[in-house]
Design a protein around this ligand. Structure first.
Ligand SMILES: *Cc1c(COP(=O)(O)O)cnc(C)c1O
Length: 419
């Protein structure tokens, strides 16, 4: 469910006409619905209320400070994957004890900063990293909490680029190696190995892979217990799929019903890291039709937003619904493409789509997650503005970039030929 709906054939976000937002703020424009964002967070929270997990929103899905702030205010923690995201977490005033930090390649600088901040724990992805965090913590004279990210070797049944729980993926540590590490835990003088972490992929629409992974980990937890190794946390990651097209993903309730019994049995405090589930359907990308082009073979709708604004179609062959802001009965098959000099720059291919004309606007739906956060300046395009709608109010939460922003960090060397 989301708050982007037609009334009298005009698309609204909550109580505001999306067309009005496009005219006021220009395009391409990301528009978020505050209530959709919060509803999704609360849906998950209430489905799991029985075990009261700490829900650490995955910052990389959409890292805008206002989105972070809104979720933190509702009690969410944050799942971060870089020093930059740690900085954002700090800016948004997230309590450090609600921050967990994953990534296969944390640098010394990032590790020191996170230890300094006193985050809840690191999700550690290799033995080498474990040793390094121990060394850095020792230097800082601190004891640091870590959870071991387990690679449970399960098939997440999603796009191969966003599958992370197979043993051939770069993420996590296999069970046997993790077991050996845990037996040697006393060797890590400055680490408190307090939990396990799994995250098997993204846009997973069935519960079976989650259940399989959690079963493997909970059996492992029993095995550890029998060896006297007692943990405090189980972090089950994110990955819940959403509706882009005709998917029928598990609801929060079904997901909860299937896994709560398994989680309870572990006796551990549960952490989850949803990103897409919370923000995916809370955002759209509004673009303007620049040209209609008929070639010998095809019709192209050329719009002012491209793969630099939303890379998911190009990167994952992802499907996004595309709606006209003013409903049009007539449809026609077309490719919706951006202005970028790449044939991979498309938002939709061979799509039966409203027969729009030049100057009309289109809404690329379900663009809240991995939309703006994956955007770039490729082709020296200015990154889009972002607007948050709350009832009948629209707040700019990121200004459109200026040409000056593009070259801000560049140094123009004028006398290169003389050197
Ligand atoms: C990306 C990521 C998530 C969030 O994934 P979603 O599919 O957006 O829920 C959670 N945990 C980790 C470790 C991640 O890398």
């Amino acid at each position: 469910m989301h708050e982007f709906k037609y009334k009298n054939n005009q698309l609204y976000c909550e109580n505001i006409l999306v067309g009005k937002l496009a005219k006021t703020f220009g395009t391409p424009l990301y528009v978020y619905s505050y209530h959709t964002l919060i509803d999704h967070y609360l849906k998950l929270k209430s489905a799991f209320s029985e075990i009261n997990p700490l829900i650490c929103y995955s910052v990389k899905a959409n890292s805008n400070l206002s989105i972070l702030k809104a979720l933190i205010a509702k009690g969410a923690g944050l799942d971060i994957v870089s020093g930059g995201e740690l900085f954002r977490a700090q800016k948004a005033a997230c309590p450090a004890q609600r921050i967990v930090y994953a990534s296969v390649g944390k640098t010394d600088k990032e590790i020191s900063a996170a230890i300094g901040r006193g985050i809840l724990f690191f999700n550690v992805e290799s033995l080498a990293e474990l040793k390094n965090i121990n060394r850095i913590a020792k230097g800082l004279n601190k004891i640091t909490r870590v959870a071991i990210r387990i690679n449970p070797d399960v098939e997440a049944k999603t796009h191969k680029y966003i599958s992370t729980g197979k043993i051939t993926n770069k993420f996590g540590i296999d069970l046997d190696s993790a077991y050996k590490v845990l037996l040697l835990r006393a060797k890590f003088s400055n680490l408190n190995i307090c939990g396990l972490h799994i995250h098997i992929g993204s846009q997973i629409t069935q519960s079976a892979p989650f259940v399989e992974a959690i079963k493997k980990v909970s059996n492992f937890i029993q095995r550890l217990k029998s060896k006297g190794i007692v943990l405090e946390y189980l972090n089950i990651g994110g990955g819940l799929g959403i509706i882009y097209d005709h998917e029928a993903p598990q609801t929060a309730e079904i997901y909860a019903n299937e896994i709560i019994p398994l989680l309870k049995k572990t006796g551990l405090k549960i952490i989850m890291e949803p990103g897409r589930f919370i923000v995916g359907n809370a955002g759209i990308l509004v673009v303007k039709v620049l040209y209609i082009k008929h070639t010998l073979k095809k019709k192209f709708i050329i719009v002012d937003g491209g793969m630099n604004d939303l890379i998911r179609p190009a990167l994952y062959s992802a499907y996004h619904n595309i709606w006209p802001l003013a409903k049009i009965a007539k449809t026609e098959k077309a490719d919706v493409v951006g202005p970028i000099c790449e044939s991979g720059d498309f938002l939709a291919k061979e799509r039966l789509i409203a027969k729009v004309k030049e100057g009309d606007y289109l809404a690329v739906m379900s663009a809240g997650a991995y939309g703006f956060s994956m955007s770039s300046n490729y082709n020296s395009r200015l990154r889009a503005a972002e607007v948050m709608v709350i009832k009948n109010k629209a707040l700019v939460i990121r200004k459109r970039e200026s040409a000056q922003d593009l070259v801000r960090n560049e140094v123009m060397v004028n006398n290169l030929t003389k050197l």
